[in-house]
Write a protein that binds this ligand. Structure first.
Ligand SMILES: CC(=O)SCCNC(=O)CCNC(=O)[C@H](O)C(C)(C)COP(=O)(O)OP(=O)(O)OC[C@H]1O[C@@H](n2cnc3c(N)ncnc32)[C@H](O)[C@@H]1OP(=O)(O)O
Ligand SMILES: CC(C)C(=O)C(=O)O
Length: 557
């Protein structure tokens, strides 16, 4: 690695442009333009087919985009035909404007105008590169000559627009803006604006792309502020951003660019696009949403949008992609789960304001499920999260101390398996190791006789495959059973904790009992019993605790 061959390839404006620093956030949504079907598509291993583009276009419309760059019609037959199909099959809603991209080259401009014939409205977007690197290496032209490419392109658009019946909006991009001296980018953009002569009623779009992200985000903000301050006819210009993400700070570029005065943002869903991608518009929009600003895009069913995206692009959304990744709400660690569970309980009482710890946003707002997406169990989890899973999925409300015991039990298994435990696996462990345990001890029959305040229990038990009739008495039924077993098994134990609740499984309701027994060594263990009959449920709970005692190798008979 030779860092000495690198250096700053960007340029600060010729004057300080730091007004944007004084603002802490934007206060309204910009105009959004999706470039999924163009910049996103041109970066795919297999570009979308015509049918896939149509499906994606409809999804973008549903999300609420009013401006959609549908392609580069001069690039390929599919691109051209897609544009024709949208127009001829009347697939463009009245409130949506399509946008088409073209190089500032006459035959490409002509072909693009052919592609949009018959459209009611369109944004015609022309670009040429203005950066130092491209002037020197690609065009091998002077600043004046490169400006002339832009001016000629702008003139041609204006001429062709005169011949068209459509309501056309012009857009110009000094491509590779971030590698261009801001004064020169301004000079070229102003030359284009002078050709187009926009008015406040008929604006043009000047789009300053982060074609390649080569500086820290605040540099881009300064560059945008400079353009914002000095563009000709500013009131007739929509200043647009189009950040890529080469340094991983594209979202910051966008947000700071908006603070610096931009009106419009081009990007893609989930950040698909050239190299490291365009900026993820979902993130930019949702970042506004969580500050209480209406983003004017609808991501209430983000999982469905993601499914379409993954289908047609053959790309995968990264697990930790903000808002849309599989793991962005997942809490595995115990202290997070505990705080989230408590935060949710607090939120239920105060639903008007969201500030649940660890969760930037209510997962439900974007179609995610708390149960499925938030509490996930592995060896880092805690009693709160593990108890939550049993309660939410299966209705077991474990007593506080049992939550702790069961929590450690589950963590340990996860640790040894080195795997996440899904809710059904936790339930299997619960049933197998704690609930209605029938071996080595099983109570197959029972009845009680009450004598004044004393109960006599008559039990038929199976112990280590042998049947016995045993009896015991106590001041309650459970006490009588506990005494009978204590005497029969010759083990000394106490019942430390007893609780019960109704358990709704499907439409039927059962009784669920929890008993904590303490053995002769002072060791505690819980057992669980479930039955239609609350007495039997509590007997089963005690028997489960005793069976755990034997399964751990303790006791003798
Ligand atoms: C940053 C961006 O994303 S920009 C958009 C990029 N998108 C695409 O390129 C879409 C797919 N592109 C294509 O299908 C093809 O490149 C086409 C159809 C547009 C053009 O094809 P071709 O003319 O065969 O090839 P190519 O793009 O290599 O042309 C390069 C020539 O165009 C010139 N050129 C490139 N961009 C521009 C521009 N914006 N304006 C004017 N001239 C340009 C180059 O300087 C070069 O000129 P030269 O022939 O004198 O050396
Ligand atoms: C054509 C322009 C806007 C572009 O895609 C870029 O610079 O990334």
């Amino acid at each position: 690695m030779d860092y000495k061959k690198y250096g700053k390839e960007y340029y600060l404006p010729p004057e300080p442009c730091y007004d944007w620093v004084k603002k802490d956030c934007v206060d309204h949504a910009p105009t959004w333009c999706s470039v999924d079907l163009r910049d996103g598509n041109q970066a795919l291993i297999i570009p979308m087919s015509l049918e896939e583009k149509i499906r994606y276009f409809k999804t973008l419309v549903q999300v609420g985009f009013k401006e959609i760059e549908v392609g580069f019609p001069a690039a390929s037959e599919t691109e051209y035909e897609f544009c024709r199909r949208l127009i001829e099959d009347n697939l463009i809603p009245d409130d949506v404007t399509i946008q088409v991209l073209m190089q500032a080259r006459p035959h490409i401009i002509r072909k693009t105008f052919e592609a949009i014939k018959g459209a009611k409205r369109a944004i015609v977007h022309v670009y040429n590169s203005t950066s130092v690197a491209q002037r020197e290496q690609v065009f091998k032209k002077s600043k004046e000559e490169v400006k002339q490419i832009a001016v000629d392109g702008a003139k041609m658009l204006k001429d062709l627009a005169h011949e068209s019946n459509a309501d056309l909006t012009f857009e110009y991009s000094p491509e590779s803006f971030t590698g261009t001296e801001p004064e020169y980018a301004l000079e070229v953009c102003n030359a284009v604006i002078d050709v187009w002569e926009p008015t406040p009623d008929h604006k043009v779009i000047i789009n300053c792309p982060v074609t390649v992200e080569m500086s820290m985000p605040h540099v881009y903000a300064c560059q945008i502020e400079y353009m914002n301050k000095h563009l000709n006819r500013r009131d007739s210009v929509v200043l647009s951003l189009h950040p890529h993400n080469d340094r991983g700070t594209g979202i910051a570029d966008t947000e700071l660019g908006l603070l610096a005065g931009a009106d419009r943002v081009e990007g893609t869903l989930f950040g698909n696009g050239e190299r490291t991608g365009n900026i993820d518009l979902i993130t930019v929009a949702m970042n506004m949403y969580v500050l209480g600003i209406d983003p004017k895009l609808d991501f209430s069913n983000l999982p469905e949008i993601r499914a379409v995206y993954e289908d047609v692009t053959r790309m995968k959304v990264y697990d930790r992609e903000p808002y849309s990744g599989d793991l962005v709400f997942a809490a595995f660690s115990g202290s997070h789960q505990d705080a989230i569970a408590k935060g949710f309980a607090h939120h239920k009482k105060h639903p008007e304001h969201w500030n649940v710890p660890y969760l930037l946003i209510d997962p439900a707002d974007i179609g995610r499920k708390y149960e499925r997406d938030v509490i996930r169990i592995n060896s880092q989890s805690g009693k709160s999260g593990i108890g939550f899973v049993l309660q939410q999925y299966y209705g077991y409300d474990l007593p506080k101390q049992f939550r702790q015991e069961f929590g450690y039990y589950i963590k340990d298994i996860s640790d040894h398996r080195h795997a996440e435990l899904m809710p059904h696996e936790i339930k299997d462990i619960f049933d197998h190791d704690f609930n209605n345990l029938k071996s080595p001890l099983f109570v197959s029959d029972y009845h009680f006789i009450r004598n004044n305040n004393e109960y006599h229990a008559y039990l038929n038990v199976t112990f280590k495959d042998q049947q016995y009739d045993i009896t015991g008495k106590g001041n309650g039924r459970l006490d009588a059973v506990a005494n009978a077993l204590r005497h029969f098994l010759k083990i000394d134990y106490d019942i430390e904790d007893y609780s019960e609740h109704a358990l709704s499984i499907g439409s039927t309701s059962k009784a669920c009992a929890y008993i904590q027994m303490t053995d002769e060594d002072g060791e505690h263990r819980f057992g669980v019993g479930v039955d239609d009959d609350i007495i039997l449920a509590s007997i089963y709970a005690l028997v489960s605790a005793i069976n755990r005692y034997y399964r751990e190798g303790k006791g003798e008979k």
